[in-house]
Design a protein around this ligand. Structure first.
Ligand SMILES: O=C[C@H](O)[C@H](O)[C@H](O)COP(=O)(O)O
Length: 217
């Protein structure tokens, strides 16, 4: 439901950031159908190999941030607080997602109501790291009060390798009081490429609930 409402937000000739995950999967498929039917003439900027392949399948022409500015980006989330700060990266795609969502003129999050929380942090914060930095990053995360774990792959032996060739550390914090400084602090650890806290970025959240779609701004 949220994905369908988000598709209606896309106008002719727009450049659209294509998020990653099971929710944006619906969005990209529906956008592809509408693009074909109504000749919207959109361009897509994928945030992962997953969204690249979906866009390709749906014949959404692909472009890059180097070539075009992004009008609107639509992406999912693992947790959303009442100020629309997010945790993302459950699918290990948060680094490119953050680059693209942040660059977009308008950033829309789509999710179901199970993602709404009072405070972020029940979902561990995904942190993409350079593989050689595991020991030192773990030590910094421990000092910050987190319990870190390397994310292991399900259908491959060993760790998850991101689209950028790095590891993911899932950092379980006690509930997060202030995500804004934590996002900055995590990125100041040597070896950290990007973390999954997206603070002060979201313009609108479209939430699917049992009573229908709710819009949060
Ligand atoms: O790395 C993955 C992304 O940040 C996803 O957007 C996020 O995990 C939400 O995914 P889903 O819609 O599958 O819950």
């Amino acid at each position: 439901m949220a994905a369908l409402v988000a598709v209606d937000e896309i106008k002719e000739n727009q450049v659209v950031g294509l998020g990653t995950g099971s929710t944006t999967h619906y969005f990209i498929n529906e956008l592809a159908k509408r693009n074909e039917k109504e000749e919207l003439n959109i361009l897509g900027v994928p945030t992962s190999y997953q969204s690249f392949l979906l866009a390709q399948k749906g014949k959404i022409p692909i472009t890059t941030l180097d070539e075009h500015d992004i009008d609107v980006s639509v992406d999912g989330a693992d947790e959303i607080d009442s100020n629309l700060n997010l945790i993302k990266g459950g699918g290990a795609a948060h680094t490119l997602e953050k680059i693209i969502d942040y660059a977009a003129e308008k950033f829309i999050v789509i999710a179901d109501e199970s993602k709404l929380v009072d405070r972020l942090g029940k979902f561990p914060v995904p942190v993409e790291i350079i593989p050689q930095s595991v020991k030192t990053v773990f030590s910094s995360l421990n000092d910050m009060g987190a319990n870190p774990e390397i994310r292991m792959a399900k259908y491959k032996d060993g760790p998850v390798i991101t689209d950028n060739g790095n590891f993911i550390v899932d950092a379980q914090f006690p509930l997060i009081d202030n995500p804004i400084p934590l996002e900055k602090d995590l990125n100041s650890i040597p070896g950290v490429v990007e973390n999954g806290i997206f603070s002060q970025m979201t313009d609108k959240a479209i939430i699917g609930t049992v009573e229908g779609v709710k819009i949060l701004k």
